[in-house]
Write a new protein. Structure first.
Lengths: 295, 352
């Protein structure tokens, strides 16, 4: 009866050989192509550095003014603007201005990239059912796989620094925008689509004139989710060399600096709330006249 | 009337042997239906749904063809075949002699842009666009110059009585106003065929009557080929030059209002007809005693096409016992009496 209690696993030598084989060839691959791949990512690195320099290098009043202006245009509410300014001032007074700017620049560029890739992928997912199912599975993996696992090959190939951190954040943050773009398009009122067909819309016209505008509130909800998830990743990303608030938190954990930990933690919460309110307020404004999208 | 509201194009529609079966393998079931299998049998034994069964309708250009039936009768499926929003299982649809079902994607798109316009039961307006942008949607899709489209759109907005509302959004308008937008959108397209899928069913009764009047007034100028779907017999009788009654995907009667009221094809239609105000729809020509060689003299004259309601009132007030029905040229067609009218109003079926 022994076999009932001991799972009949594959031969351990065999398993060991598999592990060694894969690890060995990955190492080999890294040794041979690592530099080439790293240089291929060089433009991305330069863009990231550029964003960071623009945001960190700008005079602080300009940054506050710019973010407050975004808040105003998105929400048209003074309360949102006031909250934005107060939060940023508090962060600055507590001496966290510089890491906060680094974090904001990373989250900003990761979100921009995720939206740029995610919306077209969401459209493809909606349009092609087979590709959609494949993508669905991939997104499930991306969302549930512990980040450290896919960070191993990324770090092996690209080393430590901004680019692998950025990739990790994007992988983690891109699924909601893809899923919600697909969902938004699927929820567009069927009769309106029929009208678009009846008036002779081409596929492209239908997408641009009807489906995307009506899916926009849902897509905005996806962008909001993406921003939040990107912010959630900054601490993990700091483990592979991303600077900013996450690194401070990591340091605080390692050294048991409670106050440093909690202040940086609150700074993350602060910018999360700013991003969230701004994007949600914008989404709500879009909601006007588009109620049909959520019928 | 301005240029924008006039159309030189006209189109007749010929629907021949049209079948639509919903299910996994509809083609295989067509023969069963041709051999006489009913909707119930097909559903029970083959789990396919019979949508349309051997539909033959020919709609002349410039007429209002009403398709009437209760829910599930296939009327909405039928109208969607004309612009091929639904693919048929078998049959043909000829518009000006050209088979819509043989068009490829580009031809079909072009056909929809140039030849048809559709009005929907739940309006199907684009909620994110203002009234004017909704009205010009069809023109925009066709690639008409923006300023020109706007001009046309504004004229139609005025024509349906929505001036002043062009920058509003659909969710700020009442149902009746939204459907006016829907109608203006369809008319802006200047297509010879107007497809109206239960266009007024979602409206309050009074507004519905207003919209019917507006449609009839417009039709006098436009002479479009209108296919109007409804479940309301009053609406069908009021609007239809010709009426088709559908049940379970088959046509059970085809004719004009007089045919349907005076000669209902079966019990089913008779039950419908019973509750209708016959005096409002029946015309003197349909119930008069035909006689062309009458001396009109000083007798009361009633023009052909007058409803029994009106004729009865005139006869009662004039105290004459009979009136001469005359045609547009003043020639006598026959005699109508109060007794004849009363008989036609009260009889449930045969009046002749």
């Amino acid at each position: 009866m022994d076999w009932l209690f001991k799972f009949p696993q594959l031969n351990s030598d065999f398993l060991l050989a598999i592990k060694r084989g894969i690890d060995g060839s990955l190492r080999e691959f890294t040794r041979n192509y690592g530099d080439a791949i790293e240089s291929a990512f060089d433009p991305l690195k330069r863009i990231l550095v550029f964003f960071e320099q623009v945001i960190s290098g700008a005079p602080w009043p300009v940054v506050i003014l710019a973010i407050a202006a975004i808040g105003w245009f998105a929400s048209r509410k003074w309360s949102v603007v006031a909250a934005v300014v107060a939060t940023l001032l508090a962060i600055g007074l507590l001496g966290l201005w510089e890491p906060t700017m680094k974090t904001i620049s990373l989250v900003f560029s990761a979100t921009l990239f995720s939206v740029g890739i995610g919306i077209p992928l969401g459209i493809i997912m909606n349009r092609f059912k087979v590709a959609g199912r494949f993508l669905q599975g991939l997104l499930d993996i991306m969302q549930t796989m512990p980040p450290f696992v896919y960070l191993i090959p990324v770090v092996m190939l690209l080393g430590i620094g901004r680019v692998p951190g950025f990739i990790a954040v994007v992988i983690y943050a891109i699924p909601p925008i893809i899923r919600l773009t697909d969902l938004g398009i699927r929820m567009v009122d069927k009769e309106v689509l029929e009208a678009a067909d009846a008036y002779g819309c081409s596929r492209w016209q239908k997408l641009i004139k009807v489906q995307l505008p009506l899916a926009l509130p849902t897509i905005m909800a996806g962008i909001n989710q993406t921003i939040m998830m990107a912010l959630g990743m900054v601490v993990i990303a700091s483990m592979i060399g991303v600077q900013g608030l996450g690194l401070n938190v990591l340091e605080a954990i390692a050294n048991q600096y409670f106050t440093q930990g909690i202040l940086n933690g609150f700074a993350i919460v602060g910018i999360a709330i700013i991003f969230d309110r701004i994007s949600q307020a914008y989404g709500q404004r879009l909601q006007r006249h588009r109620g049909a999208a959520h019928d | 009337m301005t240029d924008a509201t006039r159309t030189g194009k006209s189109a007749s529609i010929d629907i021949r042997n049209l079948y639509k079966i919903f299910g996994k393998n509809p083609k295989a079931c067509v023969d069963l239906v041709r051999k006489g299998m009913t909707k119930a049998e097909l559903g029970k034994d083959h789990s396919h749904i019979l949508g349309l069964n051997d539909i033959n309708i020919s709609i002349p250009a410039g007429k209002i063809q009403v398709v009437m039936g209760l829910s599930g009768s296939g009327k909405s499926t039928l109208i969607r075949h004309i612009n091929r929003l639904i693919e048929p299982t078998s049959g043909s649809i000829l518009v000006n002699g050209r088979n819509v079902l043989e068009m490829n994607e580009t031809e079909l798109r072009d056909f929809r842009r140039q030849n048809t316009a559709m009005v929907f039961q739940r309006f199907a307006l684009l909620p994110h666009r203002s009234v004017i942008d909704n009205v010009t949607f069809g023109l925009e899709v066709r690639g008409v110059d923006r300023a020109k489209a706007r001009d046309t759109g504004m004229r139609w907005i005025e024509r349906v009585g929505l001036t002043g509302f062009e920058t509003r959004y659909p969710d700020e308008l009442s149902g009746g106003m939204q459907q006016r937008v829907g109608l203006a959108r369809a008319l802006s397209n200047d297509a010879p065929i107007l497809l109206m899928d239960e266009a007024y069913s979602a409206l309050d009764p009074l507004i519905r009557t207003d919209m019917q009047t507006m449609l009839l007034d417009l039709q006098k100028e436009l002479n479009k080929t209108i296919v109007f779907i409804t479940h309301d017999l009053d609406e069908a009788l009021r609007l239809g030059d010709r009426i088709v009654i559908l049940r379970d995907g088959s046509i059970i009667q085809q004719g004009d209002a007089q045919d349907i009221l005076l000669r209902p094809a079966d019990d089913y239609i008779e039950r419908f007809v019973k509750d209708v105000n016959r005096g409002r729809f029946l015309k003197v020509d349909a119930v008069m005693d035909r006689a062309e060689a009458i001396d009109i003299g000083s007798r009361l004259r009633i023009p052909a096409g007058t409803t029994l309601e009106v004729a009865a009132r005139e006869l009662t007030t004039s105290a004459a016992d009979a009136a001469v029905v005359i045609d547009a040229g003043g020639k006598p067609l026959g005699l109508i009496t109060l007794r004849k009218i009363t008989a036609a109003l009260s009889s449930a079926s045969e009046a002749h």
